[in-house]
Write a protein of this length. Structure first.
Length: 535
């Protein structure tokens, strides 16, 4: 064998062995946390080089201390089949493999405890420092925000007060008002009132926004209260958010309903003002009586509401559902079955209103009820009798009965009161006429003009019926006037020596005392004796 080849075979392996890398030349990366080196990572895991593993561990540690007010869970080692995980709460801080343990010349469990001893004190120290620093900054920010909130609150309050004061100093005539003829639709005082209410509303909105912003900032300064603030605002704003979502989904129909409601509201306001003008006399239309204003407005209001309901019905929530239709049919059936009497009285009330058989305050007679009208509504009419008893008469009954109105012509022509007396044929009729007219003229409440007059209504078997007729304009005193008239008739006839034979009087004239009271007889009067004659 060639000696040169033998020498080369010996030297080449030595040279190659001297150039192979040793343990000291293997790659490694330090885990650095806020300028402090904790340990070295010497091996790779899969495609992750030691440097990438070290950076990932440092980033996870930064995440753990990012919220200093969040409690830091203790580190613990959890063994797997081929590795040991280092956990902090639910975060895997690092994974220790068999290669890591062999590179450090120890076991996985021992290396895991070494890493815990190196990391735990550093994390705790950084957490306390951050807590104190953040607490100081939070208190400073709270002081600044509270001062700013108080300043804004004071500025808003002062501004609203100044605006209110200046608005109150403006003369009432300077405000815009809306008028139709002599009727104020919106008066100047009403415009001033609306302006002051608008300032109050603006103040409330500004204070609400200020309180919302202040509380949001106040809770955000402390990480420990951020979750509480979030939950509180979720409790308050959660239902509002759901409601807003429902409103947004229903927005087109809601806008239409609001437009219908606003149009109906202001239409009724205008109609009410117009008919109030008719009632007060500020507005006049030929052949339209003032007492028609209120019932006409009520009737028109019903029609406006019914028309608005018909227009708005398709836009109501669930208007097309079967349940809504069933409920509508049920209420319609109940109304139609149970309101026949009500509808009849309402229709009769409308007819009575426009027929104008009487007004409130008139003295009327309906059947056996005589009294003054104290209330006239759509369904019933209330009459107060002369005995101060209130009688409620349904309008349907009133419409089907004869109504005697004593006050209709009493204001202009006077009401004729009449009473009948029966006098015997032996009394001259001219004397009886004169006595009846004299008794009527001496009665309080009887008008001197037109002059009272007498009618002879019948010539009966034993007497003549005389009817005295007299005018009065005091309808409310009918009962008292009748009583005084009858008393005066008795007084005048007694003074004149005329006997009142009412209703019947049977007597033998010879031997019987006269019916005239004793104080009106002569002092020499003696009752006659019976006369007996032989035939």
């Amino acid at each position: 064998m060639n000696p040169l080849r033998i020498l080369a075979a010996l030297l080449i392996p030595l040279a190659l062995g001297a150039q192979s890398p040793g343990p000291a030349s293997r790659p490694e990366a330090p885990v650095v946390f806020r300028g402090q080196t904790l340990f070295l990572v010497r091996t790779r895991v899969g495609s992750f080089l030691p440097e990438a593993r070290a950076q990932a561990i440092g980033q996870r540690m930064e995440k753990l201390v990012s919220d200093p007010f969040q409690p830091l869970p203790p580190l613990q080692a959890v063994d797997q089949e081929t590795a040991t995980d280092l956990l902090c709460g639910e975060i895997i801080l690092m994974t220790i493999t068999e290669e890591d343990a062999r590179a450090e010349g120890t076991t996985r469990q021992a290396l895991a405890q070494q890493r815990i001893d190196a990391i735990q004190p550093v994390l705790l120290a950084q957490t306390w420092r951050a807590q104190l620093r953040n607490l100081a900054w939070s208190l400073l920010w709270i002081l600044m925000v509270t001062s700013a909130a108080l300043a804004v609150f004071w500025a808003v309050r002062r501004g609203i007060r100044r605006a209110r004061s200046r608005l109150s100093e403006i003369p009432e005539g300077a405000f815009l008002r809306i008028r139709i003829q002599e009727l104020d639709l919106v008066s100047a005082s009403r415009m001033r009132f609306l302006a002051l209410k608008g300032l109050t509303a603006v103040q409330g909105v500004l204070w609400g926004l200020l309180a919302y912003a202040y509380l949001s900032l106040l809770f955000s300064f402390f990480p420990a209260t951020r979750g509480l603030a979030s939950r509180l605002f979720h409790v308050i704003l959660g239902p509002l958010s759901l409601g807003m979502q429902a409103v947004l989904a229903y927005l087109p129909s809601l806008v239409m309903l609001l437009l219908i409601a606003l149009a109906t509201r202001y239409l009724l306001k205008v109609v009410h003002l117009v008919f109030r003008g008719f009632q007060s006399g500020a507005l006049k239309i030929p052949s339209f009586h003032a007492e028609w204003a209120e019932p006409t407005y009520r009737l028109l209001r019903v029609f406006v509401f019914a028309f608005a309901l018909v227009v708005a019905f398709p836009y109501l929530p669930g208007a097309g559902s079967d349940a809504f239709k069933g409920v509508s049919i049920f209420f319609g059936l109940v109304f139609s079955l149970g309101s026949s009497g009500v509808v009849g009285n309402a229709v009769a009330g409308v007819l009575i209103t426009y027929m104008r058989p009487f007004q409130v305050g008139d003295r009327i007679a309906v059947g056996e009820t005589v009294g003054d009208v104290v209330e006239k509504s759509m369904l019933v009419t209330r009459v107060r009798t002369v005995k101060n008893v209130d009688v409620t008469i349904p309008n349907a009954t009133l419409l089907g009965s004869q109504v005697h109105n004593y006050s209709a012509n009493a204001r202009s022509q006077g009401l004729i009161l009449h009473s009948t007396v029966t006098i015997g044929y032996d009394a001259p009729w001219r004397t009886v006429h004169a006595l009846l007219v004299e008794a009527a003229c001496s009665t309080e409440g009887i008008l001197p003009e037109p002059k009272p007059f007498v009618l002879q209504t019948s010539l009966d078997d034993f007497f003549v019926s005389y009817q005295i007729n007299a005018y009065t304009d005091q309808v409310s005193r009918m009962a008292g006037i009748y009583s005084d008239l009858h008393a005066n008739i008795q007084e005048k006839f007694n003074q004149a020596g005329v006997e009142i034979m009412s209703p019947h009087y049977r007597a033998e004239r010879d031997g019987n005392q006269t019916t005239i009271p004793a104080q009106h007889l002569p002092e020499t009067y003696v009752a006659p004796a019976f006369r007996v004659q032989r035939l």
